[in-house]
Write a new protein. Structure first.
Length: 241
């Protein structure tokens, strides 16, 4: 889905430019570890206390393993935009599934990843190493119709976004629905909520401030109805007027 004109090779100078622009808020960097310069960039990012994630990659198991050995600790959109898993060529997915300290994102919209694959991920990683993400685009929360993803035309039909060639173009998923979808896979509600809150906070070094209800933490709260739909939201302790 990404235009080739928007792609950049791993570059320490470009990384430094991004970090400077972020002014202390840079938390995570996603890269394809098979690209030239990736390992050097991983080393630099780790020194800057930026979480390095593997994603949008055709890496072999060995290439992913090298990235993990150099400090990559996370995998973006597991199963999607990755070298497919095979019993003789496990690729990046094999490396992610077999390294206990690597956290794994999943787009649990029922479209990007089939339920059995989600269950395999949970069985391999455990609920404390899986993170729910939305991959939501501008069409999220909107009715079916035509939208844009950057410069790309996207059509949403029954909540599924695709480009003109029929490829998935992001998602219209929201995290409350992701939690609900995980609960339908017989994941406990506590574990499903942690995947959307505490687990990502821990991975990004925000534990104690985000993802918990505790003294001194940011009072960012989402209240759910019995059917897990959103009943209300509080941000920094302030609710809607």
């Amino acid at each position: 889905m990404h235009p080739e004109s928007a792609l950049e090779a791993p570059s320490i100078p470009l990384f430094e430019k991004f970090v400077a622009a972020a002014a202390g808020t840079a938390r995570i960097l996603t890269l394809a570890p098979e690209l030239q310069g990736a390992i050097e960039l991983i080393d630099r990012a780790v020194k800057e206390n930026v979480v390095v994630a593997i994603g949008h990659t055709d890496a072999t198991y060995e290439q992913a393993q090298a990235a993990i050995e150099h400090g990559a600790k996370h995998a973006v959109h597991v199963f999607n935009a990755m070298r497919p898993f095979s019993h003789r060529d496990t690729g990046v997915i094999g490396a992610v599934l077999t390294h206990a300290d690597v956290t794994a994102e999943i787009i649990a919209d029922g479209v990007h990843v089939d339920s059995p694959a989600v269950e395999i991920l949970l069985a391999s990683k455990g609920s404390d190493r899986v993170i729910l993400v939305s991959d939501g685009i501008a069409a999220t929360g909107m009715p079916d119709g035509d939208y844009h993803l950057g410069t790309i035309d996207v059509r949403v039909i029954k909540g599924v976004a695709r480009n003109a060639e029929g490829r998935l173009a992001g998602s219209t998923l929201t995290l409350d629905r992701a939690v609900s979808n995980m609960a339908q896979l017989n994941v406990s509600l506590i574990d499903a909520v942690r995947m959307a809150t505490l687990n990502p906070a821990r991975r990004l070094g925000l534990a104690g401030k985000k993802g918990v209800i505790a003294a001194g933490a940011d009072a960012d709260l989402v209240f759910l109805n019995q059917d897990l739909t959103v009943a209300g939201v509080m941000t920094r302790g302030v609710g809607p007027e």
